[in-house]
Design a protein around this ligand. Structure first.
Ligand SMILES: [Zn+2]
Length: 154
């Protein structure tokens, strides 16, 4: 059985800035309103959200917040996170922004589906369809690591 990472997530990641990818599992499909983007149907299965953390506390602070799933609904992912546990995190503690490269790599992978065009990519300048990519037929943490060629935890 898959479980969310609810306990002691604080020390998993470095405090440097960088790019991260959260692997979430949706037990069932859900329809959600995503701010100004509209209402979308998110499929059951695995979903990857790609983001960057260049604020105080870096990757550790941002990802810990996503793992806890509490707080204000500030980012698009907060809305989805309320419905899906995180069971994997990949990251790169580098000054370079990798979220568009990672999003486009994932969107081009077999089985990829874009449930909500524009999700998490309001500021995207690289033409990504979305920074949230779903895999209704499943995506293992190992496969995610292979696709991104970076470090992963959990
Ligand atoms: Zn992008």
């Amino acid at each position: 059985m898959r479980q969310g990472v609810d306990d002691d997530p604080g020390n998993l990641l470095p405090t440097q800035s960088g790019t991260y990818a959260l692997l979430l599992h949706m037990a069932q499909p859900v329809q959600l309103s995503v701010g100004r983007l509209g209402v979308f149907s998110f499929p059951a299965g695995d979903t990857v959200y790609v983001g960057s953390a260049f604020g105080p506390g870096g990757l550790r602070a941002r990802v810990a917040r996503h793992l806890r799933g509490d707080g204000r609904k500030h980012w698009h992912i907060d809305i989805l996170r309320a419905h899906a546990p995180v069971y994997g995190v990949c990251y790169a503690a580098r000054a370079e922004h990798l979220e568009c490269v990672w999003s486009q790599t994932l969107a081009a992978a077999p089985g990829a589906h874009i449930p909500a065009p524009g999700f998490g990519s309001s500021d995207c300048m690289a033409g990504c369809p979305s920074h949230l990519i779903s895999f209704p037929s499943g995506l293992s943490a190992r496969r995610l690591q292979q696709l991104l060629s970076t470090k992963c935890e959990i």
